[in-house]
Ligand binder design. Structure first.
Ligand code: 3H9
Length: 701
């Protein structure tokens, strides 16, 4: 037996304690320990066994770090079979996280007692996998209703212990004392026959109604999967439980698991699982503790400010919202209330919940009222002069030690910080619209930002359930900076002969939530127009956007004006071709003397995705991002990048940095070369054969 599985005898009951912090993952030594523990329990004269987890959690699943490495026996399927076949009855004491392989272990036990608050689920699909230790075969044999099995396996969403009792997943729930209750049950059933509790022996029958249920569910599962394969393959295995005997079902499940575990999708999803945990950790050089935040001030009640205020109010933190006029406050507060009211309609929040949130919001037009705030987030116009004015005022009123954050999406935060007498308190907290919904928080560490101010921003991300990634100062930080070359290529492709719809479709087929032209229409074409004018682009750059500019000048602003690159149905917002946009695009092509050509979807994907990776490598090389994996987090959580592709940097790695670098070199030497600046870092990595993952390990601060 190993130290990670301990044996405790309580009279006739043996408790096998799984102890593998922090989440009791089923690492090799735990699996081996369970098998030996079962034998020891029997040798010790136990009449029944309880399987329990130390630290208030049962088992959070297989050890994800072991995937992709050679399997060390015993494998989890065989451990589960051993548990189920044990001569003594085994009771699982389910509490905390009981996920993936953890739930499969519980399903192999003969009885389950759960804490009502435990989380039971099969989240393997989130890692591009399926339950690979009998979950797809044992779960439907336990639950009466196939729909519950299909939902749990295909969505990966966990259920509470209380819900688990309702659907027949556990035998009993308790509010506290889970292990004691499991021991009591073990004593009660110790002498009873439990043969019918071995789920592998249950025979399922496929009826017409069940088959029709699977047929009906599949298209929805495929639609929701948005290109991910695991939810579909997992559901097929659940279906097999009704169609073939247990042993054959297990073989099918195993074969599918082995196929998925080496798939690019699963590698990408596992990458992002660890990437999002790494990006939430403070840089190694940062010491100390976060400052205490009891109250937050938000400057601006527009779309961004309102969304940010909602985020904090939802997290239970009191907020003071400042605007220039009472009218602006009225509008901002009405919008927040309206947004929450939508949540009431959809059943996400109650009326009382909205009232509680609204009660956490105070309003003011006076900077003096921000004096008691511990964190103040500015969300006013994206103009340096205005930001400086705001920070000057804040400097005068904010209390000592208050963290002063700007929500700027592009500007130089060192310059903003210099406007105050306390640059150490200043940093960027860049939210994404709609801020109360979008999960990304790009935290910008300025040159003089204090460690504890940075830690406060990270802590706030956690409290408000945002996924943070830290960037350093640089135009557009990580995310928006990379958008420029991406959009540049998208617009060039249209000039060269693709239609906006072809570009959008190629990229949504690739997995993006939306294509760049649909996004531009949604954001408003005037936004890009204004920013281009402010930036005073050079001739090469402004040429690319001639068609986009002309659309704005012709009054096509995107969805808000009913048409942009596309026209929108006023009722349904369904989009169709805007013939006037098509005419403008072809007019611009002729004016610029471009001979159009057929453009393949492959070229669209390569040019846009490699442009992202190339700029990402610049960002990395300049130290604006600390890790390639942070860039992937930014794109996953802020820009609708397909999670199952891992992120733009991981995607480039999966294609092969050599291939990506060769293409970029070719393009930069070609006719459109002026639009490419190959990243030295990318070229060096491609040359040396070093991976981005290794670069992260060596260089991340
Ligand atoms: C599976 O079970 C396959 C089987 O069907 C078949 C096998 C044949 N492995 O998230 P946290 C680490 S697939 C290894 O910050 P929280 C995590 O990286 C698995 N490590 O805590 C982090 O490390 P670090 C199915 C794991 O309280 C630390 O633990 N199960 C694993 O916010 C703390 O994690 C899942 O997919 C793991 N399984 O959330 C569950 N889990 O400190 C995946 C966590 O170095 N896990 N770590 O950064 C989770 O969803 C969350 O971690 C959990 C806790 C909800 C459990």
């Amino acid at each position: 037996m190993t130290q990670s599985v301990g044996l405790e005898m309580r009279d006739n009951v043996a408790i096998l304690w799984i102890d593998n912090p922090p989440v009791n993952a089923l690492s090799h030594h735990v699996r081996a320990g369970i098998v030996t523990g079962l034998e020891k329990a029997s040798d010790a004269g136990a009449k029944a066994i309880v399987l329990a987890g130390k630290g208030g959690t049962f088992i959070a699943g297989a050890d994800i770090k072991e995937f992709g490495k050679p399997l060390q026996e015993p494998g989890l399927p065989s451990v589960c079979d051993t548990i189920e076949a044990t001569a003594l009855p085994v009771v699982a004491a389910v509490e905390g996280n009981t996920l993936g392989g953890g739930l499969e272990v519980a399903l192999s036990c003969h009885y389950r007692v759960a804490n009502a608050k435990a989380k039971l689920g099969l989240p393997e699909v989130n890692l591009g996998l399926l339950p690979g230790a009998g979950g797809t075969q044992r779960l439907p044999r336990l639950l009466q209703n196939p729909v519950e099995s299909i939902t749990m396996v295909s969505s990966g969403r966990p259920v509470s212990g209380a819900k688990a009792a309702e659907i027949g997943l556990v035998d009993k729930t308790v509010d506290s004392g889970t292990v004691e209750a499991a021991v009591a049950l073990a004593n009660e059933i110790a002498e009873q026959d439990f043969e019918n509790r071995r789920l592998s022996r249950v025979t399922l029958e496929m009826t017409d109604a069940i088959a029709a249920g699977f047929d009906a569910a599949m298209p929805t599962i495929a639609r929701k999967a948005k290109g991910a394969i695991a939810p579909i393959r997992a559901t097929e295995c659940v279906r097999a439980a009704y169609e073939i005997p247990f042993n054959e079902g297990m073989k099918k499940e195993r074969a599918t698991f082995m196929e998925l575990v080496v798939s690019d999708q699963s590698k990408a999803l596992r990458h992002i699982f660890f990437a999002e945990r790494a990006s939430a950790k403070p840089p190694k050089d940062v010491k100390g503790d976060p400052r205490v935040v009891k109250k937050v001030g938000i400057i601006g009640a527009g779309t961004m400010g309102g969304g940010i205020a909602m985020t904090y109010a939802e997290a239970g933190i009191p907020v003071t919202v400042l605007e220039m006029t009472e009218d602006a406050l009225d509008r901002g507060f009405a919008t927040m209330e309206k947004n929450w009211a939508r949540g009431i309609k959809s059943g996400r929040i109650t009326k009382e919940g909205v009232a509680e949130r609204m009660a956490r919001l105070e309003r003011t037009t006076s900077y003096d009222d921000l004096a008691d705030c511990d964190l103040i987030v500015e969300a006013v116009f994206e103009t340096m002069a205005i930001k400086k004015e705001v920070f000057g005022k804040l400097d005068a009123v904010a209390k000592k030690g208050a963290v002063l954050a700007t929500n700027t999406s592009y500007l130089d935060i060192n310059e903003i910080a210099a406007e105050t007498s306390r640059p150490a308190d200043v940093l960027g907290m860049h939210y994404f619209s709609p801020a109360n919904i979008m999960p990304l928080l790009e935290i910008v560490r300025a040159d003089e930002t204090a460690d504890d101010a940075l830690l406060t921003a990270l802590e706030m991300a956690k409290k408000t359930r945002k996924t943070p990634a830290i960037a350093r100062v640089g135009h557009g930080f990580i995310g928006n900076r990379m958008l420029t070359p991406y959009l540049r290529q998208a617009n060039l492709l249209v000039l060269e002969g693709a239609s906006p719809d072809q570009v959008d479709k190629a990229l949504t087929d690739f997995g993006w939530a939306m294509g760049p032209f649909a996004v531009s229409d949604l954001a408003g074409l005037d936004i890009g127009y204004k920013s281009r004018q402010d930036q005073k682009l050079d001739e090469h750059e402004s040429r690319i956007y001639t068609a986009a500019d002309r659309l704005v000048e012709a009054g096509f602003l995107g969805q808000k004006s009913g048409a942009g690159f596309y026209t929108y149905d006023p009722e349904t917002r369904a989009r169709s071709e805007n013939s006037e946009a098509t005419r403008i695009v072809s007019e611009v092509r002729s004016e610029l003397g471009i001979n159009t050509r057929e453009i393949s979807d492959e070229e669209i994907v390569e040019r846009t995705q490699f442009a992202l990776a190339n700029e990402g490598a610049h960002v990395l090389g300049e130290g604006v991002a600390a890790r390639a994996s942070d860039i992937d987090v930014v794109y996953n959580y802020g820009y609708g990048y397909p999670r199952w592709r891992g992120g733009p940097m991981h995607y480039a790695e999966s294609v092969g940095l050599k291939t990506v670098a060769a293409k970029i070199s070719e393009w930069s030497d070609g006719a459109g070369g002026v639009h490419w600046t190959p990243s030295d870092l990318l070229m060096e990595l491609a040359e040396s054969g070093q991976s981005l993952a290794d670069w992260d390990k060596e260089n991340a601060s």
